[in-house]
Design a protein. Sequence first.
Length: 205
Amino acid sequence: MEQRRYVDGVKLYADQAGRRAGQLLADVAAVTVMVFAVIGATRLYENVLKLRMPGDKLTESGSVLRGVFAGAAEWAARIPLVGESLAKAFTPGVDAGDQLVAAGGRQIDAVEQTGLWLALVVVLLPLVLLLATWLPWRIRFIREASAAVALLRHGDARELLAARAIANLPLKHLSNADAVAWRNGELDALAERELVRLGLRPRRQ
């Protein structure tokens, strides 16, 4: 279990069981939220795309109409003497088909863009929330706890940890006992307090 709390010397989880459980639950919750967000966004996008059916029908109808009139114009153009004039009579039909195709294309584009933006919102909202809350909280713990572990591995770090314990206490919580312990060089209790604050198990000297 101890090895799972570290990755290449990086302290991932606290030593205290309760705090470690809270961190694990938070990590699982964060991953779960993003998985459900991606699944929800995908399904939302697929459902929105169903609204493109009228656009598809417009495009299909326009293509058929354009093909019919274009074919008729091509046939009329082969008639001697009047073919060219007769072929021009079918031009409005070809144009109408083009307009239907263009209108259908615009509708399809609008539906696809709407689906894409809605899906992005569904993914980005929880992602931004996690980036603003969960991620800084986890990074702060990992950075501070890993630094403390590295400090402990390089020798007696009691004085530095005790100094941090004093510095991190609000003035209204700084008792006379803390000040006396600091002045008298009784650093163990202060150092242990800082280790506990960082989520580490106190090292007995």
